[in-house]
Design a protein around this ligand. Structure first.
Ligand SMILES: [Zn+2]
Length: 505
């Protein structure tokens, strides 16, 4: 931690040259007082279809202070100037469904090779994951549940990032609440384990689980698939009473034949974690019922829930099933996949490449499932259901950061306009996870969580990959600064990779 503070300040001064004559010494200034002026940039606010050309954007105390005409005269106290000519300023991207690799999960791993890795006190492993998210323009990430050790570490990281002691996107940490599979999948005479707060099968234990998560400081609740109806309903209602949003799976996944749409929509989640979840309600037997799709989309719209389609997740699973290999990661991101995650992608850890995965019932309908999820997501969009951008990274093939850009392209391909894609990746996620702290648009008074792009995303959504730098909590992180910070820990990561290399090599 102290190491980070020292390096953060020195690179601010060294790389970016703040500390002009009129400004106080950088080392003495609180970090949230950094000021920046992005001169002559094209602003895409994303809350409507407006495009504001030739503007100068002043960033102060973590917020967008002013949006001026590009001709406005800048004063020294307006801060360091960032040249925005030919560039595009858009809201920072939010991964609304991610499972972050982190040191808590590694330390608690049952795999002795992982548990024995030489991690250090500086959280350099975590820092690299977080920096790579920034590198992709991701300034917010919602973690949809992990082990207790993983969650504890992420709650700590969330607070370190918020305090400016660790670089990274804003984290929203979700508590997964799940029942025992047997509670919904047991045969009539099968034994159901006794209810506990950790695996509730009663309303009382479901309520206790939500209250415990609230006390522990979680940001939201992820109801998971093996909750029985009584418990599911109690969890959703208690979360609402506690002011926590819910994003997760619909009930009764363990009971595909008796899934009850009316029940789910009578007790709606704030957000549904996958379009695939909804697809269960529109499948008849092993086939699909396209005529029912619009009624389903309409029911979601009426319930008020938003949806995180995670289309790229299904696409990647289908690719692994068809190709018997992990699909290529775009651009130069393959080298960015950390060695622990890479190990999980390779056999034997990658279950999607296993015989057992291919042999399961219904495996031959995976491709149709992806197609159906796209059709359904398109109908959700037509019915005005707010969509968010989520990835389920680091599912094999989905690297942290760049997978957000891949999902944005998926949403463009099913019909969303480029600005609607930007909105899904930003404003819709803010409305879900952080509604009290602004809207997430590029407007005066909003938080300065922004991406500066080298090319126009409205002309081609693939340009969301052309990231010149990000503002996160009002701090400017050009790619040069991100790369410099990553380079500091490259030897550390090589050391981990060597420990994880197959012995035969
Ligand atoms: Zn997930």
């Amino acid at each position: 931690m102290s190491k980070w503070v020292r390096i953060g300040v020195s690179s601010l001064v060294g790389l970016l040259g703040i500390g002009l004559a009129a400004a106080p010494p950088a080392a003495a200034a609180p970090r949230d007082e950094a000021r920046w002026a992005i001169r002559d940039v094209t602003v895409i606010p994303a809350d409507n279809d407006e495009v504001l050309r030739h503007r100068t954007v002043l960033i102060r105390d973590g917020r967008i202070a002013r949006i001026l005409d590009a001709g406005a005269v800048l004063r020294p106290q307006d801060g360091e100037v960032v040249d925005g000519r030919g560039k595009y300023l858009v809201p920072g991207f939010v991964d609304a469904h991610v499972h972050l690799a982190n040191e808590g999960a590694i330390r608690a791993s049952k795999d002795p090779v992982l548990a024995g890795l030489p991690l250090d006190q500086g959280h350099r492993y975590d820092r690299r994951i977080l920096l790579n998210l920034l590198r992709a323009g991701v300034t917010g990430a919602a973690n949809l549940g992990g082990s207790a050790a993983s969650d504890d570490n992420l709650l700590w990281l969330r607070d370190e990032i918020a305090a400016g002691r660790m670089p990274g996107p804003r984290l929203y940490v979700g508590k997964r609440i799940n029942g025992p599979r047997a509670a919904v999948a047991a045969k009539p005479d099968g034994a159901v384990p006794a209810s506990t707060v950790d695996a509730p099968t009663t309303a009382a234990d479901g309520i206790a689980a939500v209250r415990r998560a609230r006390e522990r400081g979680y940001d939201f609740i992820k109801p998971y698939q093996f909750l029985n109806r009584e418990t599911y309903r109690a969890v959703v209602e208690e979360a609402q009473r506690q002011g926590l949003i819910t994003t997760g799976h619909l009930p009764e996944l363990g009971c595909a034949d008796c899934a009850d749409r009316a029940f789910a929509f009578a007790h709606p989640l704030s957000n549904i974690a996958h379009s695939e979840e909804l697809a269960r309600y529109a499948r008849v037997g092993s086939g699909l019922a396209p005529a029912d799709i619009d009624a389903l989309a309409q029911a979601v719209a009426v319930s008020g829930a938003s949806v995180t389609p995670t289309l790229v997740t299904l696409k990647t699973i289908v690719a692994m099933y068809v190709q018997r290999a992990v699909p290529a990661v775009p651009g130069d991101w393959a080298q960015r996949v950390d060695p622990v995650t890479r190990r999980e992608w390779n056999p034997p850890a990658n279950r999607y490449l296993s015989e057992a995965f291919r042999a399961q019932d219904g495996a031959d309908s995976f491709s149709a499932g992806y197609d159906f999820a796209r059709v359904l997501t398109r109908q959700l969009w037509k019915r005005g259901v707010p969509l968010t951008v989520g990835t389920d990274a680091a599912l094999p093939g989905l690297a942290f950061g760049v997978s957000v850009q891949q999902e944005m392209i998926e949403l463009r391909e099913i019909g969303l306009s480029p600005v609607e894609v930007l909105r899904a990746a930003s404003i819709n996620a803010h409305r879900l996870f952080d509604p009290e702290r602004g809207r997430g648009a590029v407007r005066e008074g909003e938080r300065a969580d922004l991406v500066l792009l080298d090319a126009d995303p409205l002309a081609d959504i693939h340009n969301v990959a052309r990231v010149a730098g990000v503002f996160v909590r009002g701090q400017w992180w050009p790619q040069t600064r991100i790369e410099a910070a990553l380079a500091e820990d490259a030897a550390f990561e090589r050391g981990l990779a060597e420990r994880l290399a197959p012995q035969a090599e």
